[in-house]
Write a protein that binds this ligand. Structure first.
Ligand code: GAL
Length: 704
């Protein structure tokens, strides 16, 4: 009893001190306006993730010579090297890293260093066992893996600050260190310890102020779960599947995820403040994980100069590579600027079993897809395949044998080509007329309460994203708080959490002349994950010109949907239906079977100077989404500039008076695309006729 009181007191004190520190840290953490994604010398950063500490010193010269010969000008180093740098507490060894950096510098190669906190040395866990997180089953992690830390542990935060400061001060004047990656791939939630619970309680107290507000916001009258003391708050049960799913309060679950996202940002802010103080010229970034749903990346990116991400597209080639495109568009959307690739597939991938090896031209294809979407740096993971440890089968550009073979040669080819494109690329980015609202709070709300079975937010967004991809239209994935004025068309699917202020922004967008599309489950919940007390679609009813009095999950059944205007044929409604009654809107598609014949499946409404569409079900056929996107683009007056064969992707980078069209063939067979004749392809220098031929995995970069 006494112990837990003491424990709580210390934890609270820590938390208060640390939060005060974080506020100060956050003020000095503002990203530097100088941070350009393009190298200051006009060169793109191209290179590999390199682990000199894994190889004998005699090998380094060979590695670095090979990198130079491939045209590389950057490496990422040291993000898992805490054990080497601080072999015991307070004892630092920098000689090996100094030597590696000096050798890289002599070869014209710059470095991004990682703060090495994602993998703690053995002595840390032994000396301070409380820094290890507790898993959801109540068991503390045993040391021996990575990402096993408790971000609520004051001890771990202090140790992280100490190693960050020691490295920052040591390398502050090292000429070829250009910047930092914080930690490695932040994720969560991962800590179910008592410390984490206290940190959560404290976060709630700061956010809600009074218990009365907390109780109201969480709707704790349900099941009589009134909270009479902050210390009564537990970590809610939020992970589960099936009809009953989880038993925790959904409002508490949403806050638990918000809190877990925030503690990662807080941990990062500690490090960023130290790095900025040591050398304000450094570029600070983090390697995000694309569509990973666990962290609010808008929040995490706020302190960074630029966003980087780790791109490992599936090599099973079972479909179009939509996800890597969508992730890139989100990564660009986080700061509304170009981004870096910090890790990218360099060979077969896997820890226990592995994938196929990339086929000839596939590594190059993966690079161009990202370049086309705004990647201004290309770093392959990893330089050479590890001969020890968990990742022996996660292949690098070089194999276990360390010889520069096919994958190395392909990376060198990409580098040569990129260098020739640099003068054209500089100052360009993707400028989209179309945006998709991408909302972490809706992701998290649906994670503990999907509503209808199989309602996964990212898949819901993908239905529309993929159709835009097939139409060759550029899209920004943006925060629900982002300014919409630059867009002609905004899609806001599955936006289950819709606070009134956000609904009003969507309405204003339409009234000013925008075209909006939204769909099922949008606007069901408020910011606390409590159901709005309004007939659906709530505040959006007027702008959409519809009302929804009933809805239901189809649980494997389907309805035919008919629409002469939209697709002629009969299509299939699956998973879920809203019984949509148009009040002002036109019913563009309707159900073809009792008892839904009088309800609309798709509606379109003119409101103010704009148009608002609603899709009330999940269509089985991609063809529906293709037709819908055609109509939306038409309403929004966004022109289709190209017609693509299946599996060919298009993207445009523009700026500085230039427009570059990328065509990327994801098929293993030749494809050709019709274009206006007389345009120049930049990789070959050839002036093209009215068709461009793309070999298997081939690409073309055309001055448009
Ligand atoms: C990434 C991670 C790397 C490496 C790679 C392959 O997610 O950042 O450190 O582990 O996966 O497993």
């Amino acid at each position: 009893m006494k112990r837990s009181f003491l424990h709580r007191g210390i934890a609270l004190l820590w938390s208060a001190l640390m939060s005060a520190g974080s506020v100060a840290a956050q003020q000095s953490n503002r990203p530097s306006p100088r941070a350009d994604t393009f190298g200051r010398d006009g060169h793109l950063y191209i290179g590999a993730d390199y682990y000199p500490e894994h190889w004998p010193r005699e090998r380094w010269e060979t590695d670095i010579r090979l990198m130079r010969e491939a045209g590389f000008n950057v490496v990422r180093l040291a993000e898992f090297s805490w054990g080497f740098i601080e072999p015991s507490e307070g004892v630092y060894r920098f000689d090996w890293l100094d030597q590696a950096l000096a050798l890289l510098d002599r070869n014209g190669i710059k470095a991004i260093l990682g703060t090495p906190t994602a993998s703690m040395p053995a002595w840390v866990a032994r000396k301070y066992p409380e820094v290890l997180a507790v898993q959801s089953n109540g068991q503390r992690y045993t040391w021996g893996s990575r990402k096993d830390y408790s971000l609520s542990s004051g001890t771990y935060r202090l140790l992280s600050q100490q190693i960050t400061r020691a490295m920052a001060e040591h390398f502050a004047a090292t000429p070829n260190v250009i910047g930092w990656q914080t930690d490695n791939e932040f994720a969560g939630p991962q800590d179910f310890s008592e410390t984490s619970r206290i940190d959560f309680q404290d976060w709630l107290r700061r956010n809600y102020g009074t218990l009365e507000t907390l109780n109201r916001s969480w709707g704790t009258h349900f099941w009589g779960h009134l909270i009479g003391d902050w210390a009564e708050v537990t970590i809610p049960d939020c992970v589960g599947e099936g009809m009953w799913g989880v038993s925790g309060n959904p409002s508490a679950c949403l806050d638990w995820r918000r809190f877990n996202s925030w503690i990662n940002a807080r941990f990062q802010a500690d490090q960023v403040a130290i790095l900025r103080a040591a050398n304000p010229d450094w570029v600070i970034t983090h390697n995000l994980m694309g569509l990973n749903p666990t962290i609010d990346y808008y929040e995490l990116a706020r302190d960074l100069d630029l966003v980087s991400w780790d791109n490992y597209p599936a090599l099973d080639r079972s479909g179009q590579p939509y996800a890597a495109s969508m992730a890139a568009d989100l990564m660009r959307g986080l700061k509304r600027k170009n981004f870096w690739i910090m890790e990218q597939t360099a060979g077969a991938m896997g820890w226990a079993t592995f994938t196929d090896t990339p086929l000839p031209g596939e590594l190059r294809n993966i690079c161009y897809q990202q370049l086309a979407h705004g990647a201004d740096a290309q770093i392959w993971f990893r330089w050479r395949t590890a001969t020890a440890g968990r990742e022996q089968y996660w292949h690098g550009l070089l194999g276990h044998d360390g010889r520069p073979l096919r994958r190395y040669r392909e990376a060198a080819q990409v580098t040569r080509e990129y260098r020739s494109l640099e003068p054209y690329l500089k100052g360009t980015t993707v400028k989209a007329d179309v945006a998709i609202v991408y909302d972490y709070e809706s992701i998290w709300s649906l994670a503990s309460q999907p509503g209808y079975a199989g309602n996964d937010y990212t898949s819901a967004v993908s239905r529309y994203y993929n159709a835009l991809f097939r139409a060759g239209i550029s899209v920004d994935l943006i925060s629900p708080e982002a300014d919409l004025t630059q867009y002609q068309l905004v899609l806001a699917p599955d936006l289950v959490v819709l606070p009134d202020a956000r609904a009003r922004r969507l309405i204003a967008f339409v009234e000013r002349g925008g075209v909006l599309m939204t769909d099922i489950r949008t606007g069901v919940k408020d910011e606390n994950n409590l159901a709005h007390e309004r007939t659906l679609p709530g505040l959006l009813s007027d702008v959409l010109g519809i009302t929804i009095e009933e809805y239901g999950a189809l649980e494997g059944r389907s309805y035919p949907v008919v629409s002469k205007e939209l697709f002629g044929d009969t299509l299939t409604a699956t998973h879920y239906v809203d019984w949509v009654t148009p009040t002002k809107a036109d019913a563009v598609a309707a159900y073809g079977r009792w008892p839904l014949e009088s309800f609309a499946a798709v509606t379109r409404n003119q409101a103010g100077r704009g148009i608002a569409w609603y899709v009330g079900t999940v269509f089985e056929e991609d063809a529906f989404y293709d037709r819908l996107i055609d109509r939306l683009l038409n309403d929004a007056r966004v022109e289709r500039w190209v017609h693509l064969p299946e599996g060919v992707e298009a993207s445009v980078r523009q700026g500085a008076g230039r427009k570059l069209a990328f065509l990327i063939n994801h098929n293993q067979a030749e494809k050709s695309v019709t274009i206006p004749s007389g345009k120049r392809e930049l990789l070959t220098g050839e002036v093209l006729g009215d068709r461009v031929r793309l070999g298997p995995f081939g690409v073309a970069v055309i001055e448009w």
